[in-house]
Design a protein around this ligand. Sequence first.
Ligand SMILES: Cc1ncc(COP(=O)(O)O)c(C=O)c1O
Length: 371
Amino acid sequence: MSEPFIPISRPFIGARERELVLDALDSGWVSSIGRYIDEFEDRFARYCGTEYALAVSNGTTGLHLALAALGLRPGDEVIVPDLTFVATANAVAYTGATPVLADVEPDTLCLDVASVRSLITPRTRAIMPVHLYGHPADMDALAAVAEAHGLAIIEDAAEAHGAEYKGRRVGGLGKCAVFSFYGNKVITTGEGGMLTTDDRAFYQRARRLRDHAMSPEKRYFHDERGFNYRITNLQAALGVAQLERIDEFLGRRAEIMDWYRAEIAAGESVRLNRVKNWARSAFWMVCLEVDWFDEARRAAFMQALKARGIDTRPYFCTMSSMPMYRQKPLPVAARKAQIGLNLPSYFELTRDDVRRIGASVNRLLRELSPA
Ligand SMILES: Cc1ncc(COP(=O)(O)O)c(C=O)c1O
């Protein structure tokens, strides 16, 4: 009999989630007004240690809202990593500004500060570090560059709930941060996102733009173009229940990472997530890099794992390889995009599952190795 299929990711929805979502449903407050939205925002701000949190419809709209609130316009430039999910660069482009692609560091996979520095021009307005796969970017180094040039830092924390940089939680390390609550994230609301900030004026501006930029003095009067980027009370109820368990979820992710380290024969040319001594990773994704992979070898490896009932996903493609942002490849990002992949990690993954995955990974790496 074949063994059960192990997906790359799966949300954990328990009795508490059901209870709060049903309570929201029964209350009749099913749209974007309701007590769970206020509660979710308050609790999330407290969790991140920020003054304000603003719930939004998803991480992508959250990023767009943050950049719109910053007042970006055509001709402005925002530095983003070449290796990220496409929403980071797209959010910049939605404002009419230009995403400028920087290379990433080989170990953290986050913005390379030297690359960022080399790309600053008089048009640069902001830097958008992405805490990729849950590992925080080197924020002090980026803050020094931002300060020297008068730039805003917008953290793309879509994948990094609970991650820490030098003991401080991500979310409060720049002008603002944006999180995603998509179904595969550390906590989920189905679709959803959150903007966090300590800046009162920025928060108020983002809040107004989230809600069609309606005039507070005159209903249905709008003196500029806003958006509907609100979350629903039903989603927020799910978020409140998930947030109650975030420490447990993060603890399990770290434990799963330890299990992988015990099972997979890593070494010089086969590597799992590397974590800087100043970082606490959220381990949103388990990362495996193999130096002798190219796209074809990686595809063969992933296919063979799939045949054994184990799901994987490749690292993100670089922005510079896509038609909208095509340019000369950046060396580290381009290489990582070819040799990296993600292995399953989710709350209900068991020690035995990881044993099974590890055994298959080790066997296939031996079989497929060109050496
Ligand atoms: C780095 C990054 N930025 C932005 C997003 C966009 O979030 P969402 O899917 O909630 O729109 C995602 C996630 O999916 C992401 O991984």
